[in-house]
Design a protein around this ligand. Structure first.
Ligand code: BDR
Length: 317
């Protein structure tokens, strides 16, 4: 049984990633820790509970984490995910925040990892604020992780939030820097350009959402806005996708569930640019080994799209 902690800023693709993990055999989700990001933290908490309710898994503890970045200006991605983060499709029967676990997300993360040394895989699909605070509070925390999977950053200086910045790394640039500087566990990164190149054909999305289940109906409702946005010509140009829907966060999740999904990758030291008029938040890839960093991360280059689609199909069954 592989043990996961999922750190999210639940917008639409985080919801897809959570549902993928819930459906995967052999995966135990120890807890879901929430962070500001796609939408303000209150919405992230509500959205996460909504996802668990649809999947009948409200037994999984959900924790309140950081509501603000360490230093960066607060931002969210409401134009893409909807103001509420889930496509502006409210559910009058959504679970209340009284269902949250009372423990703070960062403390919960540290505790869960301490109790399961070497066994926990941490999947982070939002800004890395909770992870950065965790390593400040418990400096050896990362050494007890089995692995860390991150959706964020970029390799070719292509941004989606600023000229050179990907959303999660721009939304908390200092946190991204701290995590990539301190965490020495095996670290896998699904970057923005990689996820664009691995987009899903629209024909697959139609089949995926047409499944006759409550989960598929929920997914169709919450994805409507972002899929419409993603189909627009401007976005296709921006994202370099050119061919379909980019469910960014699910690539990191899929790799955490089944590492064999990664068909090509490279190991290299990375950091994050903290300054720069256009480059703040950009991931710096040290091919020249000038940073003299011992720890190298694994940057995902290609995935087995058929295996990936299979995990997604199962998520809505
Ligand atoms: C990332 O930003 C968010 O909007 C998505 O959920 C994903 O985590 C892509 O840049």
């Amino acid at each position: 049984m592989s043990k996961l902690i999922i750190d999210v800023d639940t917008g639409v693709d985080d919801a897809q990633a959570i549902m993928m993990a819930l459906a995967a055999p052999g995966v135990e989700i120890l807890g879901i820790t929430c962070c500001h990001g796609n939408t303000p933290l209150q919405n992230v908490l509500k959205n996460t509970l909504r996802v668990l309710k649809v999947c009948n898994r409200l037994d999984i503890p959900v924790y309140r984490g950081c509501g603000e970045p360490l230093l960066a200006c607060k931002r969210n991605a409401g134009d893409y995910h909807g103001k509420d983060g889930l496509g502006d499709s409210p559910d009058p029967d959504a679970p209340g925040l009284d269902l949250l676990n009372g423990r703070n997300a960062v403390k919960a993360m540290i505790k869960m990892v301490k109790e399961n040394p070497g066994e926990v895989t941490l999947v982070a699909t939002g800004p890395l604020t909770n992870l950065a605070v965790a390593v400040q509070l418990a400096p050896n925390f990362h050494e007890k992780l089995k692995a860390l999977y991150i959706m964020g950053g970029n390799t070719e200086s292509r941004g989606n939030t600023s000229v050179c910045g990907e959303f999660n790394f721009v939304a908390d640039t200092e946190a991204a820097y701290i995590v990539l500087d301190r965490y020495t566990c095996p670290t896998y990164i699904a970057t923005w350009e990689f996820s664009c190149r691995s987009s899903l054909p629209w024909s697959f999305c139609d089949t995926w959402l047409a499944q006759d289940t409550e989960k598929a109906a929920f997914m169709k409702k919450i994805s409507n806005l972002s899929m419409m946005r993603a189909r627009s010509a401007d976005y296709q140009k921006e994202s370099t996708a050119g061919k379909g829907f980019n469910s960014c966060d699910t690539y990191a999740m899929a790799a955490a569930i089944d590492n064999t999904i990664i068909t090509e990758s490279e190991e290299v030291a990375v950091t994050v640019e903290l300054e720069g008029t256009h480059t703040r938040g950009m991931m710096v890839v040290d091919y020249m080994e000038m940073l003299k960093k011992k720890h190298k991360v694994t940057i995902m280059k290609t995935v087995d799209l058929e295996k990936f689609k299979n995990l997604l199909m199962n998520a809505l069954k």
